[in-house]
Ligand binder design. Structure first.
Ligand code: BG6
Length: 467
């Protein structure tokens, strides 16, 4: 793999505030939508009452242990760490006029710690959470006023961190609201399609406003979107399957089309009409949307297939998407189909479509790990998964795709998003905590820790083409 990765490639890892920080009420933090989903994004929405708790309340206690964790990331040679700001640390209810200084100060400390090791922050403004106050009082993203609250929050953090953070992302996996509306846009799960697309429209406008604000405020700042890269293949070469695949891929590419091109793609008119969906879009919204992102970022874990024949539908479940299983691929313990070549294909699809730089900001294998009697953890399955995906990234770079960086998901074990499990581990670093919340929270290096350190130090030259 010698020489394929560019010299300043941003190697690193990605986490999210609600899955690592814990300290869910510390220093004035308000409740977020994530705090109301102790069982994960598909679990029940549970009002918080005194005395109840969920695993995310402590998570891996990154809020207090970040210096140790950043030092471990630095030991692996990270150039970049992706995390999110918890909106509720800055605006606890969402609609305050002035921000919470204690929340702002926490992220100052975090970014200063990263700077000590030359680790560049890549910061998501909203990763699967929003202030619950905005849901209660305004109905979340269903209400246009949420755009202004988000803009105030975005401008506040851009001003505050403009000399510390140069790379930003707007909404994590913005297309997932179609599948998990409470997590994505703060709407009840049973909301109808018009309500969901209206809320999505508000979020797209808010994303464009954040792009504009970033360009105005952050010197040399770059801001991207973030897509759940759920690429789909036709199950057969039947024209009907191909057409259905194009239709379903457009369900998620639509978000990238608006964010990268600055307007609604033509195919959405027919989709809205045939599905009885009405979305109010003002002339001012259309002007705002023209402010487009600088780069495309996305997560990639699995691919899936599509058939036009509903009888052949047998589900392969990801955390968000249901797909028809691909008979040529193996699956993880959680049923996610493993497809490294799909990553090369997706990189090419996105680059052909947008001609903007791409950033892979999530990729990884959730697996159960065994700690041996001597304390070691031999996670060859994780090494193989990541190695094979990175080999395909190198191929895509060779294809001419501009790739800015790669942040593997969960470089340190964290709480999973879909079911709030600790036993589904992604990390190079093990955290002693189980699904019931027992454990010392002690950190431990796995075999993959040393493997990733070598990959980064050799700028990818140590990767092995195992095909
Ligand atoms: C992505 C999310 O969908 O997948 C992350 O952006 C999430 O927040 C990751 O953790 C892996 O999913 P899970 O359900 O295994 O945690």
């Amino acid at each position: 793999m010698n020489g394929k990765f560019p010299q300043h490639f941003l190697w690193g890892g990605a986490v999210a505030a609600n899955q690592v920080e814990g300290a869910y009420q510390a220093d004035g933090k308000g409740l977020s939508t994530s705090d109301l989903q102790p069982q994960g994004i598909f679990g029940a929405i549970t009002p918080r009452t005194a005395g109840d708790s969920g695993i995310k309340d402590v998570a891996i206690d990154f809020y207090h242990r970040y210096p140790e964790d950043i030092a471990l990331f630095a030991e692996m040679g990270f150039k970049c760490l992706r995390t999110s700001i918890a909106w509720t640390r800055i605006f606890p209810q969402g609609d305050e006029e002035t921000p919470n200084e204690a929340g702002l100060a926490f992220y100052d400390r975090l970014f200063d710690e990263m700077a000590k090791y030359d680790i560049q922050p890549l910061i998501t403004l909203s990763h699967y959470e929003m202030p619950y106050g905005l849901v209660k009082r305004y109905g979340g993203w269903g209400d246009r006023r949420t755009i202004d609250f988000f803009e105030r929050y975005a401008r506040t953090v851009f001003e505050r961190y403009k000399h510390k953070v140069k790379h930003w992302l707007t909404f994590n996996e913005i297309n997932m609201s179609l599948h998990a509306p409470f997590t994505g846009v703060g709407l009840p799960p049973e909301s109808d399609k018009s309500a969901i697309y209206q809320a999505i429209h508000h979020q797209l406008v808010a994303s464009a406003k954040a792009v504009k604000a970033c360009h105005e405020i952050v010197p040399e700042g770059k801001i991207g979107n973030m897509l759940l890269g759920g690429i789909l293949y036709p199950l057969s070469c039947k024209p009907e399957d191909l057409l259905e695949t194009q239709r379903q891929n457009r369900d998620w590419l639509f978000f990238g089309d608006v964010q990268a091109r600055g307007y609604y793609p033509a195919y959405m008119q027919r989709f809205f009409r045939e599905n009885g969906i009405e979305v109010a879009i003002t002339e001012e919204d259309r002007r705002t949307l023209r402010e487009t992102i600088d780069f495309i970022s996305f997560s990639y874990y699995m691919s899936g297939c599509v058939t036009a024949d509903p009888e052949q539908y047998e589900t392969a479940r990801g955390n968000i998407l249901d797909m028809v299983p691909n008979p040529h691929l193996a699956s993880s313990e959680w049923g996610w189909q493993i497809d490294p070549i799909g990553l090369r294909y997706l990189l090419n699809v996105l680059y052909d479509r947008y001609q903007k730089p791409l950033f892979i900001v999530e990729n990884g294998l959730g697996a159960k790990d065994r700690v041996e009697a001597d304390g070691s953890i031999t996670d060859d399955y994780r090494i193989n998964y990541l190695n094979d995906h990175l080999v395909q990234v190198a191929e895509a770079i060779d294809d001419g795709v501009e790739v800015m960086g790669y942040t593997s998901w969960g470089p340190i074990d964290l709480v999973s998003a879909s079911k709030a499990e600790m036993s589904k581990r992604y990390g190079f670093i093990h955290v002693d905590r189980d699904d019931a919340g027992n454990g010392s929270l002690e950190r431990r290096r796995k075999k993959s820790f040393y493997w990733y350190r070598d990959v980064i130090h050799s700028n990818g030259a140590s990767l092995k083409d195992r095909r």
